[in-house]
Design a protein around this ligand. Structure first.
Ligand SMILES: Cc1ncc(COP(=O)(O)O)c(C=O)c1O
Length: 486
């Protein structure tokens, strides 16, 4: 057992900075000496002092090696065999993971509503996906998880699968039966990869859904910054079995990261790991209690409801994460978008994700307390009161994302092949050469290689009109689209 109360990498950075080194290396601000004054306002002298480059003896080179120790501590904390720190988010984790899968074969089974970074990874790695559809909630218009039956059926269609990639928990906190999914995959000798970006905290409290590693996943991508509270963009990838080779993952992580890793991001992972491992259970107990209170308060507001353990009625869902507060806005006669926009305008509160039907507030591992719950509830009340005073509007049309287009070629062939650029409005029927994912939540509506339908093009336009944006297209204004030259 390692001492989880230590933060070796953070300590080594601080010790180095305190030694007042003569800085004649990168970064060019050299501890703040050459920084613009606005940068001091932004990150402070301490941030500039601790912005220390890679390859420094006693930090990440030589023995002992505090950087490696920090990763070992993280592996132990999450129950992994080996853990890598990632400085370009879980997006990097998904890309590296796809590269690692490609060493074992070209075909794989992928949950269709994976994050767009998995699609990018498949393009980079040249993988040929067989898609498995998640369970769709017809009332709320959101996707839940993958059932073991759907995975079985997808693996039947893809007997040479090198891996199966699933997402759990979802943006809305629904957890899949990862143990059963792992059984299905392993019974065919197929490794199971779980994108657990929204569940880095699950490992640290007995009342939360079981973590993917504990449930038997082989490789887990985790967006540590999302709930566990490291700095934005820092994340981890955990290996927990022999079904992947550590050396290959190592190579794929290096390939997808900068040769100038940021010490502050990296240090924040060491710090967040200590907080989760040592204080996680206590902090989560408080946060879970505060959120339970928040849910009852929001439920008592006329027209609002919240998603809770009722999610467990869904076939694909066996666990529910209470750190997501999903407000069901349907009873107010308006949309989740409108509630969130009014909350921002009237009370300066910012929610994580909105749709026609819901608005989702996210809490971190140690951020649920009565004062913050009050702030959220007051903001939501201000929004709902405002809506009540507006002239009655017609109830919003419920618009779930339309069915996915028919796949006509692999994502890589479409993305890298000969292309035409056509006006967005005239792209119907063409094969898309780029992925299109409306944000939030960043789930691809279109993959390279799929035929574009009128319904999907209209859905994307509607999403942009409601303040969303689209990731993946070369033309960020979305006036044109790149399609396969046929
Ligand atoms: C399921 C899932 N995977 C991966 C990512 C990418 O995470 P990051 O922003 O850390 O790159 C996200 C981001 O929202 C996500 O929801």
């Amino acid at each position: 057992m390692l001492d989880q109360n230590r933060t070796p990498y953070v300590d080594a950075l601080i010790e180095f900075a305190r030694s007042e080194p003569g800085r004649f290396n990168v970064p060019g601000h050299q501890g703040g000496v050459g920084a613009d004054r606005s940068l001091f306002e932004l990150v402070g002298q301490i941030g500039l002092t601790n912005d220390i480059p890679a390859l420094i003896e006693g930090i990440d080179v030589g023995e002992p090696n505090p950087f490696q120790e920090a990763q070992h501590l993280a592996a132990e904390a999450w129950g992994a065999k080996r853990t890598w720190f990632l400085l370009n988010g879980a997006s990097q984790g998904n890309q590296a993971m796809c590269m690692a899968v490609a060493h074992m074969g070209a075909e794989l089974v992928v949950q269709r509503n994976v994050h767009s970074s998995v699609i990018d990874g498949m393009i980079m790695a040249g993988l040929k996906p067989t898609f498995a559809a998640p369970e769709i909630d017809p009332e709320l218009g959101i996707a839940h998880c993958l059932t073991p039956e759907t995975l079985t059926e997808a693996l039947d269609r893809c007997p040479d699968a090198a891996a199966a990639i699933v997402v759990s928990p979802t943006y809305f906190g629904a957890s899949a039966d990862v143990a059963a999914l792992a059984d299905v995959a392993h019974s065919r000798g197929v490794p199971l990869v779980v994108d657990e970006s929204w569940g880095a905290h699950l490992h640290f409290h007995p009342d939360l859904p079981q973590s993917a590693i504990n449930a038997g996943a082989d490789l887990v991508v985790s967006s540590t910054h999302k709930i566990v509270g490291s700095l934005t963009q820092s994340a981890m990838i955990h290996l927990s079995s022999d079904r992947f080779e550590a050396e290959i993952i190592d190579r794929c992580v290096s390939m997808t990261e900068s040769t100038s890793p940021n010490s502050l991001l990296c240090g924040s992972l060491d710090a967040a790991r200590r907080q989760a491992a040592v204080y996680g259970e206590e902090l989560l107990t408080e946060t879970i209690a505060a959120l339970s209170e928040a849910r009852s308060e929001i439920r008592s507001i006329d027209g609002l409801d919240v998603l809770d353990e009722s999610l467990l009625r869904q076939k694909s869902v066996i666990g529910w994460d209470p750190l997501r507060l999903t407000i069901d806005a349907r009873g107010t006669g308006t949309t989740g978008y409108r509630i969130a926009a009014l909350g921002r305008q009237l009370a300066n509160i910012n929610l994580e994700l909105t749709s026609d039907t819901v608005a989702v507030a996210v809490f971190g591992i140690g951020t649920g307390n009565p004062a913050r719950v009050l702030r959220l509830v007051d903001g939501v009340i201000a929004a709902v009161d405002h809506i009540g005073a507006e002239p009655p509007s017609t109830k919003p049309e419920f618009a779930p994302p339309p069915p996915w287009g028919e796949p006509a070629m692999t994502p890589r062939d479409a993305f890298l092949g000969a292309q035409d650029v056509v006006p967005f409005t005239e792209a119907e029927g063409r094969i898309s050469a780029e992925p299109l994912a409306t944000y939030p939540p960043g789930i691809p509506n279109v993959l390279p290689g799929e035929r574009l339908t009128r319904e999907t093009l209209d859905f994307i336009t509607d999403s942009i009109d409601h303040g969303g944006y689209v990731r993946g297209a070369a033309d960020r204004e979305m006036s044109t689209l790149r399609v396969v030259a046929e």
